[in-house]
Ligand binder design. Structure first.
Ligand code: ASP
Length: 438
Protein backbone atom coordinates (compact mmCIF):
# COMPACT_ATOMS: atom_id res chain seq x y z
CA UNK A 1 0.00 0.00 0.00
CA UNK A 2 1.31 3.45 -0.89
CA UNK A 3 2.23 5.42 2.22
CA UNK A 4 0.46 8.70 2.86
CA UNK A 5 2.65 11.73 2.03
CA UNK A 6 4.25 13.27 5.11
CA UNK A 7 2.25 16.50 4.98
CA UNK A 8 -1.01 14.52 4.99
CA UNK A 9 0.18 12.49 7.96
CA UNK A 10 1.03 15.71 9.81
CA UNK A 11 -2.31 17.29 8.88
CA UNK A 12 -4.13 14.22 10.14
CA UNK A 13 -2.16 14.40 13.38
CA UNK A 14 -3.08 18.07 13.79
CA UNK A 15 -6.78 17.47 13.10
CA UNK A 16 -6.86 14.49 15.45
CA UNK A 17 -5.19 16.62 18.17
CA UNK A 18 -7.81 19.36 17.85
CA UNK A 19 -10.74 16.92 17.82
CA UNK A 20 -9.36 14.96 20.76
CA UNK A 21 -8.90 18.14 22.82
CA UNK A 22 -12.40 19.38 21.94
CA UNK A 23 -13.84 16.09 23.15
CA UNK A 24 -11.75 16.15 26.31
CA UNK A 25 -12.86 19.66 27.25
CA UNK A 26 -16.30 18.16 27.91
CA UNK A 27 -14.90 16.38 30.94
CA UNK A 28 -13.92 18.23 34.09
CA UNK A 29 -10.58 16.37 34.17
CA UNK A 30 -9.97 16.69 30.40
CA UNK A 31 -7.69 19.74 30.38
CA UNK A 32 -5.59 18.39 33.23
CA UNK A 33 -5.29 15.03 31.50
CA UNK A 34 -4.00 16.71 28.33
CA UNK A 35 -1.57 18.89 30.25
CA UNK A 36 -0.20 15.98 32.28
CA UNK A 37 -0.21 13.15 29.77
CA UNK A 38 -0.28 14.59 26.24
CA UNK A 39 1.49 17.95 26.28
CA UNK A 40 4.85 16.50 27.47
CA UNK A 41 5.07 14.50 24.22
CA UNK A 42 4.68 17.73 22.24
CA UNK A 43 7.45 19.29 24.29
CA UNK A 44 9.68 16.24 23.73
CA UNK A 45 9.10 16.56 19.99
CA UNK A 46 10.01 20.28 19.97
CA UNK A 47 13.06 19.60 22.14
CA UNK A 48 14.25 16.89 19.76
CA UNK A 49 14.03 19.36 16.88
CA UNK A 50 15.79 22.09 18.84
CA UNK A 51 18.40 19.60 19.96
CA UNK A 52 19.72 19.15 16.46
CA UNK A 53 19.44 22.79 15.33
CA UNK A 54 22.89 23.88 16.54
CA UNK A 55 24.80 20.75 15.42
CA UNK A 56 23.00 20.98 12.10
CA UNK A 57 24.01 24.60 11.54
CA UNK A 58 27.60 23.82 12.47
CA UNK A 59 27.93 20.71 10.36
CA UNK A 60 26.06 21.82 7.29
CA UNK A 61 27.39 25.36 7.18
CA UNK A 62 31.01 24.30 7.63
CA UNK A 63 30.52 21.67 4.95
CA UNK A 64 28.62 24.08 2.69
CA UNK A 65 31.17 26.90 2.95
CA UNK A 66 34.16 24.62 2.47
CA UNK A 67 32.49 23.07 -0.60
CA UNK A 68 32.36 26.54 -2.14
CA UNK A 69 36.11 26.38 -2.57
CA UNK A 70 36.54 30.08 -3.16
CA UNK A 71 35.58 33.13 -1.19
CA UNK A 72 34.23 35.22 -4.05
CA UNK A 73 31.36 32.72 -4.45
CA UNK A 74 30.50 33.19 -0.80
CA UNK A 75 30.38 36.96 -1.01
CA UNK A 76 28.27 36.76 -4.18
CA UNK A 77 25.79 34.43 -2.53
CA UNK A 78 25.87 36.44 0.70
CA UNK A 79 25.06 39.74 -0.99
CA UNK A 80 22.21 38.23 -2.99
CA UNK A 81 20.77 36.50 0.05
CA UNK A 82 20.71 39.64 2.17
CA UNK A 83 19.31 41.81 -0.63
CA UNK A 84 16.51 39.37 -1.47
CA UNK A 85 15.71 38.92 2.22
CA UNK A 86 15.36 42.67 2.69
CA UNK A 87 13.33 42.91 -0.52
CA UNK A 88 10.79 40.28 0.55
CA UNK A 89 10.50 41.82 4.01
CA UNK A 90 9.74 45.23 2.52
CA UNK A 91 7.03 43.65 0.33
CA UNK A 92 5.55 41.98 3.42
CA UNK A 93 5.43 45.15 5.53
CA UNK A 94 3.91 47.08 2.63
CA UNK A 95 1.18 44.46 2.13
CA UNK A 96 0.41 44.66 5.85
CA UNK A 97 0.20 48.45 5.81
CA UNK A 98 -2.03 48.60 2.74
CA UNK A 99 -4.45 46.01 4.16
CA UNK A 100 -4.70 47.55 7.62
CA UNK A 101 -5.40 50.97 6.10
CA UNK A 102 -8.04 49.53 3.77
CA UNK A 103 -9.80 47.27 6.28
CA UNK A 104 -9.33 49.56 9.32
CA UNK A 105 -9.86 46.77 11.88
CA UNK A 106 -9.10 49.10 14.82
CA UNK A 107 -12.17 51.17 14.13
CA UNK A 108 -14.34 48.09 14.71
CA UNK A 109 -13.31 47.87 18.38
CA UNK A 110 -15.82 49.36 20.82
CA UNK A 111 -14.37 51.45 23.64
CA UNK A 112 -15.68 49.03 26.30
CA UNK A 113 -14.05 46.05 24.61
CA UNK A 114 -10.84 48.00 24.34
CA UNK A 115 -10.80 48.79 28.03
CA UNK A 116 -11.74 45.21 28.96
CA UNK A 117 -8.93 43.79 26.86
CA UNK A 118 -6.39 46.19 28.28
CA UNK A 119 -7.49 45.42 31.83
CA UNK A 120 -7.30 41.64 31.28
CA UNK A 121 -3.93 41.51 29.56
CA UNK A 122 -2.09 44.43 31.13
CA UNK A 123 0.19 42.18 33.20
CA UNK A 124 1.21 39.98 30.27
CA UNK A 125 1.78 43.02 28.07
CA UNK A 126 3.98 44.66 30.71
CA UNK A 127 6.25 41.63 30.75
CA UNK A 128 6.82 41.93 27.00
CA UNK A 129 7.37 45.67 27.34
CA UNK A 130 10.05 45.05 29.99
CA UNK A 131 11.74 42.48 27.70
CA UNK A 132 11.75 44.99 24.88
CA UNK A 133 13.10 47.71 27.13
CA UNK A 134 16.20 45.62 27.80
CA UNK A 135 16.82 45.36 24.04
CA UNK A 136 16.14 49.07 23.52
CA UNK A 137 18.65 50.11 26.16
CA UNK A 138 21.48 48.61 24.13
CA UNK A 139 23.71 50.90 22.03
CA UNK A 140 23.34 51.19 18.23
CA UNK A 141 26.13 48.72 17.45
CA UNK A 142 25.11 46.18 20.07
CA UNK A 143 23.48 43.91 17.47
CA UNK A 144 26.74 43.80 15.52
CA UNK A 145 28.78 43.19 18.63
CA UNK A 146 26.51 40.31 19.58
CA UNK A 147 27.24 38.44 16.35
CA UNK A 148 30.81 37.61 17.38
CA UNK A 149 30.85 35.16 20.29
CA UNK A 150 33.58 35.30 22.91
CA UNK A 151 33.30 31.57 23.39
CA UNK A 152 31.89 29.10 20.88
CA UNK A 153 30.77 26.60 23.50
CA UNK A 154 28.84 29.25 25.36
CA UNK A 155 27.27 30.39 22.08
CA UNK A 156 26.39 26.85 21.02
CA UNK A 157 24.85 26.09 24.39
CA UNK A 158 22.04 28.58 23.86
CA UNK A 159 19.60 28.19 20.98
CA UNK A 160 18.97 31.93 21.18
CA UNK A 161 22.49 32.60 19.91
CA UNK A 162 22.04 31.20 16.42
CA UNK A 163 23.74 34.13 14.70
CA UNK A 164 26.86 33.55 16.79
CA UNK A 165 26.94 29.90 15.82
CA UNK A 166 26.42 30.88 12.18
CA UNK A 167 29.29 33.34 12.45
CA UNK A 168 31.61 30.70 13.88
CA UNK A 169 30.64 28.14 11.24
CA UNK A 170 31.25 30.60 8.38
CA UNK A 171 34.55 31.67 9.90
CA UNK A 172 35.63 28.08 10.38
CA UNK A 173 34.54 27.17 6.84
CA UNK A 174 36.59 30.07 5.50
CA UNK A 175 39.64 28.81 7.37
CA UNK A 176 39.07 25.42 5.82
CA UNK A 177 39.05 26.90 2.31
CA UNK A 178 42.24 28.82 2.99
CA UNK A 179 44.45 26.00 4.28
CA UNK A 180 46.08 23.47 1.91
CA UNK A 181 43.60 20.94 0.53
CA UNK A 182 45.59 18.03 1.86
CA UNK A 183 45.35 19.29 5.45
CA UNK A 184 41.70 20.27 5.12
CA UNK A 185 40.56 16.90 3.75
CA UNK A 186 40.18 14.94 7.04
CA UNK A 187 38.43 17.85 8.75
CA UNK A 188 36.03 18.15 5.83
CA UNK A 189 35.44 14.41 5.79
CA UNK A 190 34.55 14.57 9.46
CA UNK A 191 31.99 17.33 8.94
CA UNK A 192 30.59 15.56 5.86
CA UNK A 193 29.98 12.46 7.93
CA UNK A 194 28.66 14.46 10.88
CA UNK A 195 26.26 16.22 8.57
CA UNK A 196 24.93 12.92 7.18
CA UNK A 197 24.30 11.67 10.71
CA UNK A 198 22.33 14.81 11.57
CA UNK A 199 20.26 14.49 8.41
CA UNK A 200 19.46 10.91 9.38
CA UNK A 201 18.40 12.11 12.83
CA UNK A 202 15.99 14.54 11.18
CA UNK A 203 14.48 11.63 9.24
CA UNK A 204 14.05 9.74 12.50
CA UNK A 205 12.49 12.69 14.34
CA UNK A 206 10.11 13.24 11.46
CA UNK A 207 8.76 9.72 11.96
CA UNK A 208 7.28 11.10 15.17
CA UNK A 209 5.99 14.32 13.59
CA UNK A 210 2.30 13.29 13.27
CA UNK A 211 2.23 12.33 16.96
CA UNK A 212 4.22 15.38 18.00
CA UNK A 213 1.81 17.79 16.32
CA UNK A 214 -1.14 15.85 17.76
CA UNK A 215 0.17 16.58 21.26
CA UNK A 216 1.08 20.21 20.49
CA UNK A 217 -2.31 21.09 19.04
CA UNK A 218 -4.27 19.26 21.72
CA UNK A 219 -2.40 21.29 24.37
CA UNK A 220 -3.01 24.55 22.51
CA UNK A 221 -6.74 23.94 22.24
CA UNK A 222 -7.19 23.42 26.00
CA UNK A 223 -5.07 26.49 26.75
CA UNK A 224 -6.76 28.88 24.31
CA UNK A 225 -8.81 31.80 25.64
CA UNK A 226 -12.58 32.05 25.27
CA UNK A 227 -14.10 32.42 21.84
CA UNK A 228 -15.70 35.78 22.80
CA UNK A 229 -12.27 37.38 22.74
CA UNK A 230 -11.56 35.92 19.36
CA UNK A 231 -14.79 37.47 18.09
CA UNK A 232 -13.86 40.95 19.32
CA UNK A 233 -10.54 40.77 17.56
CA UNK A 234 -11.87 39.00 14.47
CA UNK A 235 -11.29 41.89 12.03
CA UNK A 236 -7.73 42.32 13.23
CA UNK A 237 -7.10 38.58 12.88
CA UNK A 238 -8.65 38.53 9.42
CA UNK A 239 -6.42 41.42 8.33
CA UNK A 240 -3.25 39.68 9.49
CA UNK A 241 -4.34 36.36 7.97
CA UNK A 242 -5.26 37.96 4.65
CA UNK A 243 -1.83 39.59 4.51
CA UNK A 244 -0.08 36.34 5.36
CA UNK A 245 -2.06 34.44 2.72
CA UNK A 246 -1.17 37.11 0.15
CA UNK A 247 2.47 36.79 1.10
CA UNK A 248 2.41 33.02 0.51
CA UNK A 249 0.93 33.83 -2.92
CA UNK A 250 3.77 36.29 -3.53
CA UNK A 251 6.40 33.61 -2.78
CA UNK A 252 4.72 31.06 -5.01
CA UNK A 253 4.60 33.61 -7.80
CA UNK A 254 8.19 34.80 -7.40
CA UNK A 255 9.46 31.22 -7.29
CA UNK A 256 7.44 30.38 -10.37
CA UNK A 257 8.66 33.39 -12.32
CA UNK A 258 12.30 33.30 -11.26
CA UNK A 259 12.95 29.55 -11.16
CA UNK A 260 10.21 28.08 -13.36
CA UNK A 261 9.11 25.70 -10.55
CA UNK A 262 5.30 25.58 -10.48
CA UNK A 263 3.14 26.23 -7.39
CA UNK A 264 2.31 22.53 -6.83
CA UNK A 265 5.99 21.59 -6.86
CA UNK A 266 6.84 24.31 -4.33
CA UNK A 267 3.90 23.61 -2.03
CA UNK A 268 4.33 19.82 -2.03
CA UNK A 269 8.00 20.27 -1.27
CA UNK A 270 7.68 22.72 1.59
CA UNK A 271 4.30 21.70 3.13
CA UNK A 272 5.67 19.54 5.98
CA UNK A 273 7.94 22.39 7.12
CA UNK A 274 4.99 24.82 6.93
CA UNK A 275 2.86 22.52 9.06
CA UNK A 276 5.60 22.11 11.63
CA UNK A 277 6.15 25.86 11.73
CA UNK A 278 2.42 26.22 12.38
CA UNK A 279 2.46 23.60 15.14
CA UNK A 280 5.63 24.79 16.90
CA UNK A 281 5.49 28.60 16.30
CA UNK A 282 9.25 28.54 15.97
CA UNK A 283 11.33 28.94 12.81
CA UNK A 284 14.37 27.78 14.76
CA UNK A 285 12.76 24.50 15.79
CA UNK A 286 11.53 24.01 12.21
CA UNK A 287 14.93 24.76 10.66
CA UNK A 288 16.15 21.14 10.40
CA UNK A 289 13.01 20.19 8.49
CA UNK A 290 13.09 23.31 6.32
CA UNK A 291 16.63 22.42 5.34
CA UNK A 292 15.82 18.81 4.59
CA UNK A 293 12.75 19.64 2.50
CA UNK A 294 14.45 22.44 0.58
CA UNK A 295 17.38 20.25 -0.31
CA UNK A 296 15.70 16.97 -1.00
CA UNK A 297 12.35 18.08 -2.32
CA UNK A 298 12.92 21.52 -3.83
CA UNK A 299 16.28 20.68 -5.38
CA UNK A 300 18.38 23.40 -3.77
CA UNK A 301 22.01 22.40 -3.45
CA UNK A 302 23.32 22.03 0.07
CA UNK A 303 25.94 24.74 -0.45
CA UNK A 304 23.04 27.18 -0.73
CA UNK A 305 20.62 25.80 1.89
CA UNK A 306 23.32 25.50 4.53
CA UNK A 307 24.06 29.19 4.19
CA UNK A 308 20.74 30.79 3.26
CA UNK A 309 18.38 28.90 5.59
CA UNK A 310 20.03 29.26 9.03
CA UNK A 311 20.55 32.95 8.32
CA UNK A 312 16.97 33.23 7.09
CA UNK A 313 15.56 31.51 10.18
CA UNK A 314 17.24 34.17 12.31
CA UNK A 315 16.86 37.35 10.28
CA UNK A 316 14.23 36.87 7.59
CA UNK A 317 10.79 37.03 9.16
CA UNK A 318 8.37 38.33 6.61
CA UNK A 319 5.31 37.04 8.43
CA UNK A 320 6.49 38.72 11.61
CA UNK A 321 7.17 42.07 9.93
CA UNK A 322 3.77 42.00 8.21
CA UNK A 323 2.08 41.26 11.53
CA UNK A 324 4.01 44.03 13.27
CA UNK A 325 2.88 46.58 10.69
CA UNK A 326 -0.77 45.52 10.94
CA UNK A 327 -0.68 45.33 14.75
CA UNK A 328 0.93 48.77 15.13
CA UNK A 329 -1.61 50.52 12.93
CA UNK A 330 -4.47 48.50 14.46
CA UNK A 331 -3.52 49.63 17.95
CA UNK A 332 -3.24 53.23 16.76
CA UNK A 333 -6.70 52.99 15.18
CA UNK A 334 -8.16 51.44 18.33
CA UNK A 335 -6.83 54.41 20.34
CA UNK A 336 -8.33 56.81 17.80
CA UNK A 337 -4.93 58.03 16.60
CA UNK A 338 -4.42 59.20 13.04
CA UNK A 339 -1.05 58.06 11.74
CA UNK A 340 0.57 60.36 9.18
CA UNK A 341 2.20 59.00 6.02
CA UNK A 342 5.55 59.83 7.62
CA UNK A 343 4.71 57.72 10.68
CA UNK A 344 3.63 54.84 8.45
CA UNK A 345 6.86 55.03 6.43
CA UNK A 346 8.67 54.92 9.76
CA UNK A 347 6.76 51.71 10.54
CA UNK A 348 8.11 50.17 7.31
CA UNK A 349 11.65 50.83 8.50
CA UNK A 350 11.19 49.80 12.12
CA UNK A 351 9.11 46.69 11.35
CA UNK A 352 11.78 45.54 8.89
CA UNK A 353 14.50 46.01 11.49
CA UNK A 354 12.38 44.62 14.32
CA UNK A 355 11.66 41.44 12.37
CA UNK A 356 15.39 41.01 11.74
CA UNK A 357 15.98 41.38 15.47
CA UNK A 358 13.18 39.00 16.52
CA UNK A 359 14.33 35.62 17.79
CA UNK A 360 12.98 32.59 15.95
CA UNK A 361 10.93 31.40 18.91
CA UNK A 362 7.24 31.64 19.89
CA UNK A 363 6.03 35.13 20.72
CA UNK A 364 9.29 36.91 19.87
CA UNK A 365 7.60 39.09 17.24
CA UNK A 366 5.41 40.61 19.92
CA UNK A 367 8.36 41.70 22.04
CA UNK A 368 9.90 43.51 19.09
CA UNK A 369 6.52 45.03 18.26
CA UNK A 370 6.99 47.16 21.38
CA UNK A 371 9.89 48.88 19.65
CA UNK A 372 7.83 49.54 16.51
CA UNK A 373 5.08 51.03 18.68
CA UNK A 374 7.34 53.29 20.66
CA UNK A 375 9.11 54.60 17.53
CA UNK A 376 5.76 55.47 16.00
CA UNK A 377 4.51 57.11 19.21
CA UNK A 378 1.72 54.55 19.67
CA UNK A 379 0.89 53.62 23.31
CA UNK A 380 2.79 50.47 24.25
CA UNK A 381 -0.04 49.48 26.56
CA UNK A 382 -1.93 48.69 23.35
CA UNK A 383 -0.06 45.41 23.31
CA UNK A 384 -2.65 44.12 25.76
CA UNK A 385 -5.27 44.58 23.03
CA UNK A 386 -3.84 41.94 20.76
CA UNK A 387 -2.55 39.52 23.36
CA UNK A 388 -5.49 37.14 23.33
CA UNK A 389 -5.10 36.19 19.69
CA UNK A 390 -1.33 36.35 19.45
CA UNK A 391 -0.64 32.64 19.62
CA UNK A 392 -2.76 31.56 16.62
CA UNK A 393 -1.39 34.48 14.61
CA UNK A 394 2.14 33.54 15.70
CA UNK A 395 1.53 30.04 14.33
CA UNK A 396 0.50 31.47 10.98
CA UNK A 397 3.25 34.08 10.74
CA UNK A 398 5.89 31.47 11.56
CA UNK A 399 4.56 29.45 8.62
CA UNK A 400 5.13 32.46 6.39
CA UNK A 401 8.61 33.07 7.85
CA UNK A 402 9.66 29.54 6.98
CA UNK A 403 8.08 29.63 3.52
CA UNK A 404 9.91 32.88 2.80
CA UNK A 405 13.26 31.35 3.72
CA UNK A 406 12.67 28.37 1.43
CA UNK A 407 11.50 30.59 -1.46
CA UNK A 408 14.54 32.85 -1.16
CA UNK A 409 16.88 29.86 -1.03
CA UNK A 410 15.42 28.70 -4.36
CA UNK A 411 15.92 32.13 -5.89
CA UNK A 412 19.48 32.40 -4.65
CA UNK A 413 20.19 28.84 -5.82
CA UNK A 414 18.83 29.63 -9.27
CA UNK A 415 20.95 32.77 -9.49
CA UNK A 416 24.17 30.89 -8.71
CA UNK A 417 23.21 27.86 -10.81
CA UNK A 418 22.68 25.52 -7.87
CA UNK A 419 19.06 24.54 -8.37
CA UNK A 420 18.75 20.92 -9.43
CA UNK A 421 16.22 18.18 -9.76
CA UNK A 422 15.44 16.93 -6.25
CA UNK A 423 14.60 13.41 -7.24
CA UNK A 424 17.86 12.80 -9.04
CA UNK A 425 19.90 14.28 -6.21
CA UNK A 426 22.04 15.55 -9.01
CA UNK A 427 24.25 17.58 -6.74
CA UNK A 428 25.23 14.81 -4.39
CA UNK A 429 25.86 11.96 -6.76
CA UNK A 430 28.79 10.78 -4.71
CA UNK A 431 26.75 10.43 -1.52
CA UNK A 432 25.18 7.13 -0.60
CA UNK A 433 21.49 7.29 -1.38
CA UNK A 434 19.45 8.06 1.69
CA UNK A 435 16.47 5.97 2.59
CA UNK A 436 13.44 8.14 2.66
CA UNK A 437 11.03 8.22 5.52
CA UNK A 438 8.17 8.79 3.12
N1 ASP B 1 7.46 32.75 16.19
C1 ASP B 1 8.10 33.44 15.12
C2 ASP B 1 9.17 32.58 14.49
O1 ASP B 1 9.79 31.79 15.17
C3 ASP B 1 8.63 34.78 15.53
C4 ASP B 1 7.49 35.67 15.92
O2 ASP B 1 6.94 36.34 15.04
O3 ASP B 1 7.10 35.69 17.08
O4 ASP B 1 9.42 32.67 13.33
Amino acid sequence: MKKLALHWQILLGMAAGVIFALIMTNFSWGAEFINDWIKPFGNIFINALKLIAVPLILASLIKGISDLKDISKLSKMGTRTILIYIGTTLIAVSIGLVLVNLIEPGNAIAEDTRNDLIASYEGDANMRIADAQRQKDAGPLQALEDIVPGNIFAAASDNGNMLQVIFFAIFFGLGLILIPEETARPVKAFFDGFNEVILKLIDLIMLAAPYGVFALLAALVVESPSTDLFAALAMYGVTVLAGLALMIGVYILIVWVTTGRDPAFFENGIAPAQLLAFSTSSSAATLPVTMERTEEHLGVHEEVTSFVLPIGATINMDGTSLYQAVAAVFIAQAFGMDLTIGAQLGIIATATLASIGSAAVPGAGMVMLVIVLSQAGIPEAGLALIFAVDRPLDMCRTMVNVTGDAAVSMMVAKSVDKLGDPHERKWDENLPKKEKVH
